[in-house]
Design a protein around this ligand. Structure first.
Ligand code: WTA
Length: 562
């Protein structure tokens, strides 16, 4: 059963109307959808908000926020006024084109407004994941010497100001500013109109820090030109029509939450649902029902958690409005696709991309047959290949390095202050961008993910670098050295497992493992804390450089040595 393909449903899909399978495609064809095509004046925030108001759609709901405590909406016109007022406050306190503005807020309309306000001034916005702890926050802002931060009082204990000397101003969204600038209070007095700061398509738009297998997270900078592909994929992959109610479950601190939670839906002028709070099957089904969600973008871990619920629960909610479901971030199991098809009568459309690529590159378009187990095929405008270790194209069904031909509109602009790192994505020279993923392609061009070619961990779709965790572990007095790997897990895809050699005088007891776990949790982030810890005598290492052999640890793990 798991090999059975699922043909497309009949439907009025944007991509079906606007592009024919096999037909040529030129990114320039998309340019006419933007105001700058006519005026020459560029700004992502303008295209996301102002242009819809200018086109008479100001009364349409832009944001619909739901949580246990609160529910509210913003029309496009209301969103425009709020963004302008917040931008004026930022401007008065010094924010200008090219500055870094970090946003550390929960999933809430204020997060959208803060990001758009910074972008409207030509600043580069750095959304931070809401569960980051002090070290993760500090490392990121310090790396690019960020001067501005928009946050909330309840997050401030994780912002140690003395450790972030570049910070000039901290704005808080609470009405009581205290020692900080209350952006909401000051915004009340501001003029709701503002002249957009026009930029170039190539100017910086946002920065996201992302893990590699070595070193600290790197700052990936994206440019305003990203909107071309973000609009196109929003339209053709997410199949956004003007009447859609769209929900992306990711927080903007992850690239999916920014690109497909903020930019793509607003560029396409739909209603975006924002849900405050964590996953629970009841809460999420409740959001789908209450908000009347029609298009839903989430991740395999969430689908697997829903699948594990009692059968009854799936019938308790009215999901009749839901018509298009998508997934990203980690491998989507064929069983989950088949389960969803039986339970909701809907196909889950897998999509593949990375922080660095700025938008989806491989996807299951709504008009195409789904082969469960495959991430889909390259979208129009994208050419992919599977290469061997020498950079030569492999025939179908052979596993190798997944490569994409550069460039595409949403390709990263740069790795902040690290041009050498940028080059490492092109190890064979030429224009093949290497993702670090292993995959094979079948004779129909469908791509099947096989794993990472490096030591990166993917837990619940969150990309975690082992090095960052190992460095944190080293700071604990009991830890002599450690090796961190991803251990396969049925629900989360992988979990973080740490192999630890203890300093003398420490006992290998569960209390210590617990303490070390909380140490990482409170220093970095909960998702980085090792769920499993094994104390060992000695780590496997390379003979020459003495580097920890994580691959060997993985082998131990799969062979059940420990
Ligand atoms: C993995 C997330 C399997 C992959 C948008 C990639 C996937 C990394 C899929 C990027 C998928 C993403 N199936 N694996 N559909 N989508 N990945 O930067 O290893 O957080 O290289 O971007 O996630 O993670 P990132």
């Amino acid at each position: 059963m798991t090999n059975a393909t699922i043909p497309p449903e009949k439907g009025d899909y944007q991509v079906g109307r606007e592009w024919r399978e096999g037909a040529p495609f030129d990114w320039k064809d998309i340019h006419s959808n933007f105001t700058w095509h006519k005026t020459g004046k560029v700004n992502m925030a303008y295209e996301c908000v102002d242009r819809h108001v200018a086109e008479g759609k100001g009364n349409k709901t832009a944001l619909h926020y739901l949580s246990d405590e609160e529910e509210n909406t913003y029309t496009y016109a209301e969103l425009q006024r709020e963004v302008n007022r917040w931008a004026r406050v930022l401007q008065r306190h010094g924010v200008k084109k090219g500055d870094f503005v970090f946003v550390f807020l929960p999933k809430h309309p204020s997060c959208h407004i803060a990001m758009l306000a910074a972008i409207k001034l030509g600043a580069v916005v750095g959304p931070l994941f809401e569960a980051f702890m002090e070290e993760a926050v500090k490392d990121r802002i310090n790396d690019c010497e960020g001067e501005y931060l928009i946050t909330d009082h309840s997050f401030l204990d994780r912002v140690i100001r003395e450790d972030i000397p570049s910070l000039k101003n901290i704005f808080v969204t609470d009405k009581q500013g205290g020692d900080y600038i209350s952006i909401t209070k000051e915004a009340e007095k501001e003029n709701p109109e503002l002249e957009t700061v026009w930029v170039d398509l190539e100017d910086g738009l946002n920065i996201h820090y992302t893990s590699g297998s070595t070193g600290k997270p790197k700052g990936i900078i994206h440019a305003h030109r990203n909107m071309i592909q973000q609009y196109q994929t929003g339209r053709w992959v997410l199949d956004l029509h003007e009447s859609d109610i769209y929900w992306c479950t990711a927080h903007p601190g992850w690239v999916t939450g920014t690109v497909y939670g903020v930019f793509a839906p607003l560029l396409n002028g739909v209603t975006t649902v924002i849900h405050g709070g964590r996953f629970s099957a009841e809460a999420w089904y409740g959001v789908l029902e209450r908000a009347g969600v029609t298009v839903w973008y989430s991740a395999p871990t969430a689908f697997r958690m829903l699948k594990s619920q009692p059968e009854r629960l799936h019938k308790d909610y009215d999901l009749s409005k839901l018509r298009h479901v998508l997934s990203v971030g980690e491998p989507l199991n064929p069983e989950v696709i088949h389960w969803a098809y039986e339970t909701w009568s809907l196909r889950i459309h897998d999509t593949w991309w990375m922080t660095e690529t700025g938008a989806q590159l491989v996807a299951n378009l709504p008009t195409r047959t789904i082969k469960p187990g495959s991430m889909g095929r390259p979208i129009p405008g994208i050419k992919a290949a599977v290469l061997d270790d020498d950079g030569k194209e492999l025939p179908s069904k052979k596993t190798g390095h997944l490569a994409i031909q550069a460039s595409w509109p949403s390709m990263m602009k740069e790795v902040w202050k690290n041009p050498e790192k940028y080059q490492t994505y092109f190890p064979f020279g030429g224009d093949w961008y290497l993702a670090g993923d292993l995959a094979y392609m079948d004779e129909d061009g469908y791509i099947f993910f096989q794993g990472r070619s490096d030591d990166m961990i993917n837990s619940s779709g969150e990309r975690i670098g082992p090095f960052e965790i190992e460095s944190k572990l080293m700071e604990h007095p009991a830890v002599k050295e450690s090796g961190v790997i991803g251990k396969p897990d049925d629900v989360r895809g992988e979990i973080v497992k740490a192999y630890i050699v203890l300093n003398e005088g420490y006992e290998r007891v569960e209390e210590l493992a617990q303490e070390i776990r909380s140490f990482v949790k409170s220093g970095l982030a909960a998702h980085a804390a090792p769920r499993e810890i094994a104390f060992i005598e000695e780590l496997p290492k390379t003979q020459i450089s003495g580097k920890v052999l994580r691959r060997e640890l993985k082998k131990w793990e799969s062979e059940g040595v420990l």
